[in-house]
Design a protein around this ligand. Structure first.
Ligand SMILES: Cc1ncc(C[n+]2csc(CCOP(=O)(O)OP(=O)(O)O)c2C)c(N)n1
Ligand SMILES: [Mg+2]
Length: 343
């Protein structure tokens, strides 16, 4: 259903296939182009350590499109950058974080996104608490929380899913099984046949989905969001995908990854799949690809320039964005640091 403001209502998008796919493609391409640009900047010493979402764009974008930025909360791990941007976090804000700009990296008020979490699965108990709290307040909001298949081996994963099942929290655990946890293959990560199966042990539904099919991901995520919103409790979605790049910019997968496996994964590229489908409908061609690529590169460049132009961090900024009301001890330490650094 196309709404008066020109947007398409969530839940109706699979029927509005073409519009949905063009919108999804735009975000997926933006994500891939951003990865390419910041990896180049990182190699020039101008950007921090970065984990690309390359190969996982259908999972990242399809899931983000199923939640409502005005009322739902997003709890990322660290590989879902463009999902958080889709959810309202400005690209210049998240870029500033990678440039070590502390103050401009503050998540703006009203943006329902929690900070990136590097300690794997540590975001999940908080996500369950957040969802439980929203339900106790009587809000109709849902939480989507991201984790990798590697993160699912952590105790935090078990604790968060177990509690979510017990309290019937309105949460969607979105597990991206990209086949790797740095250099640890999925084959040795767990003896389970399917990560989605684990949901049964916590008393809720688990579903496995082709994580390289943006429509399938979107549909599975919409079902889970709807269930959570209507009091049906948590769900676990396993999006089966492939990390088509390194773990992060400090990693060299050629030391542990079979190149044949990588080549095979490239034939399942989630972006090419959508482009081919749209080309078959006469909605995509080389000319449109060049034009959109240029437009998205400019958008990304604008955000990166804005972030790079922000004020350099001052030593006392390490105390910023931690407390709403800093306790006296923290204020004392901050004052001491300012004194010593002669600012
Ligand atoms: C608690 C904790 N243990 C170990 C690490 C080191 N570490 C960083 S990423 C990673 C692998 C995570 O794999 P996965 O959850 O599958 O996510 P992916 O990187 O594949 O997106 C590990 C072990 C960490 N960051 N936190
Ligand atoms: Mg992984």
């Amino acid at each position: 259903m196309l709404l008066p403001d020109g947007t398409i209502a969530a839940g109706a998008k699979s029927r509005m296939e073409e519009e949905f796919l063009l919108e999804a493609l735009r975000w997926m391409m933006k994500s891939r182009l951003y990865d390419q640009r910041v990896i180049a900047l990182q190699r020039q010493g101008q950007f921090g350590v970065f984990s690309p979402g390359t190969g996982q764009e259908a999972s990242i974008i399809g899931s983000a499109m199923a939640v409502d930025p005005s009322r739902d909360w997003m709890v990322p791990q660290y590989r879902e950058l463009m999902a958080t941007v889709h959810h309202g976090l400005p690209l210049e804000v998240i870029s500033a974080q990678y440039l070590g700009k502390i103050a401009p990296a503050r998540i703006p008020d009203g943006v329902k996104v929690l900070p990136t979490q590097v300690s794997i699965a540590a975001q999940l108990p908080q996500a369950t608490g957040l969802a439980w709290g929203l339900r106790l307040r009587g809000e109709d909001s849902v939480v989507i929380a991201y984790v990798g298949e590697g993160g699912s081996s952590e105790g935090d994963f078990h604790e968060a899913l177990n509690l979510a099942g017990v309290v019937h929290a309105p949460i969607v655990f979105f597990l991206q099984n990209n086949q790797w946890a740095i250099s640890t293959s999925r084959r040795v990560q767990s003896a389970t046949q399917s990560f989605a199966l684990r949901a049964a042990g916590y008393g809720f539904e688990g579903v496995e989905v082709d994580g390289n099919d943006v429509m399938a991901v979107y549909d599975a995520a919409c079902d889970a969001v709807e269930r959570a919103r209507n009091g049906g409790g948590p769900s676990l979605i396993e999006a089966v995908t492939y990390r088509m790049s390194f773990h992060n910019t400090t990693d060299n997968p050629s030391r542990y990854q079979d190149p044949k496996e990588f080549e095979e994964a490239r034939t399942r590229d989630p972006i090419e799949r959508v482009q081919k489908y749209l080309a078959g409908l006469g909605l995509w061609d080389g000319k449109r690809e060049t034009a959109l690529t240029e437009e998205l590169r400019e958008e990304n460049e604008h955000a990166l320039k804005h972030a790079a132009g922000a004020a350099a961090p001052r030593p006392e900024d390490v105390f910023a964005n931690v407390y709403g009301d800093p306790p006296p001890r923290v204020l004392r330490q901050r004052a001491e640091l300012v004194d010593r650094s002669g600012v």
